[in-house]
Design a binder for this molecule. Structure first.
Ligand SMILES: [Zn+2]
Ligand SMILES: [Zn+2]
Length: 398
């Protein structure tokens, strides 16, 4: 084949160790000089332009450049290059539109420059969410839980490339490895560009011809992993614990995402919580309320003895200082536990207890003997009504 082909570095006039910027600069200068639009009908210029474009397409692609450095032009000739060749370099499918965009931008003062090779830089992996349910007490005092998480890891068989061992992913010929395609068209106002994700490689810039049997070409394998999570004292329903680097793997050497463990706290039969405070009600007997005395009150630390004052009314609120929830920021600081004391009315009484209560009633004002007959009741009502009327009339007379 074309033995007289010039060396690509020579074509661009750059050294063997030229970096991307130097390549681009050299190619841009040549493209400007020889572009067919600038040299209508000049076949020599067109030839030079194509030569420079081909050289740039190869050298600006790290994979192709490596193959070229190793095998020279043979790397791209009819798949005979022996390096798992490219099956011939197809110039027509190479895409130079981003650099053309730059050039046309220079020429016409229009056209938008598209920065960046969308998906080729290191990208952090996505975060993974996992829920865990804990008890009220576990939330108050903290706990350790073991989670069963499905984690993605780079495939060991293909080292995450997705290609069958012995083969390697090839640079997408449709987009030239950029992952996106810039459609450039000329309009009355200048160059118009549309950027689209490459349909061939879906933005990765790589195409896998033979897929790795272990991961099916994805480059990742999923496995169940046991992950211990320490849930801090004071966590509340709906809050999350972040475990660094246990999310999805990064792309192109980017760091892993995080695992976010979302905590659901089960309801407690007695305790309710608001921030760092706990609320509950505690029953006390009428005798305890009237005479005072010690009552046992349940807290998250166990039962405590609280001394009720004589003459305590129902719904009296008591504060048990420091018996609430530890602060997430400082576990040494705890909220309070507010208890509402509710006087219980006895429903089942022995004959003896009933007698004692009647006796108590007699001693405290005979409330039980207010049981009036119906006649008396209506009379009282009427009387009350007449009293009211009278009062009203008196008001009017004034
Ligand atoms: Zn694999
Ligand atoms: Zn592509």
């Amino acid at each position: 084949m074309a033995e007289s082909k010039r060396d690509y570095y020579e074509v661009l006039g750059v050294s063997k160790d030229a970096d991307d910027a130097a390549l681009k600069k050299a190619y841009r200068a040549l493209a400007k000089k020889y572009h067919p639009d600038m040299n209508p009908g000049d076949t020599e210029a067109e030839k030079k332009f194509k030569e420079a474009s081909e050289a740039y397409a190869v050298l600006s692609d790290p994979d192709k450049r490596r193959q070229y450095d190793q095998f020279g032009h043979a790397a791209f000739e009819g798949g005979a290059g022996g390096a798992g060749g490219f099956g011939g370099f197809d110039f027509s499918s190479a895409d130079f539109s981003d650099i053309f965009g730059d050039i046309f931008g220079d020429f016409f003062g229009g056209g938008s420059r598209r920065g960046g090779r969308a998906n080729t830089g290191p990208t952090r992996g996505a975060n993974v969410r996992k829920g865990v349910r804990i008890t009220f007490e576990e939330a108050v005092f903290g706990c350790e839980k073991e989670l069963d998480v499905v984690l993605k890891d780079p495939c060991g068989k293909c080292n995450g490339t997705g290609a069958k061992p012995g083969t390697s992913p090839e640079t997408c010929s449709k987009c030239g490895g950029r992952g996106q395609i810039v459609y450039t068209s000329q309009s009355f106002f200048g160059t118009v560009q549309n950027v689209q994700t490459c349909p061939e490689c879906h933005g990765s810039g790589k195409v896998i011809r033979e897929k790795c049997p272990d991961c099916g070409g994805s480059g990742y394998v999923s496995s169940h992993k046991k992950i211990k999570v320490t849930i801090p004292a004071g966590i509340d329903n709906g809050q999350s614990v972040r475990i660094r680097d246990k999310g999805e793997p990064g792309v192109n050497g980017g760091p892993r995402g995080d695992l976010l463990v979302e905590v659901t706290v089960s309801r407690h039969p007695i305790f309710q919580r608001q921030d760092v405070h706990i609320f509950s009600t505690a029953p006390i007997s009428f005798a305890q309320a009237a005479l005072g005395g010690d009552v046992r009150i349940k807290t998250v630390d166990g039962e405590v003895i609280y001394t009720v004052k004589p003459g305590t009314k129902t719904d009296t609120k008591v504060r048990l200082k420091g018996k609430g929830v530890p602060s997430l920021r400082n576990p040494q600081v705890r909220g309070d536990h507010y208890v509402t004391l509710v006087i219980q009315t006895p429903e089942k009484l022995s004959a003896e207890a009933k007698e004692a209560l009647r006796r108590f009633d007699e001693l405290s004002g005979n409330t039980l003997n207010q049981d009036l007959s119906n006649a008396e009741r209506s009379k009282t009502k009427k009387k009350k009504f007449m009293d009211k009327l009278k009062e009203t009339f008196e008001d009017l007379e004034e």
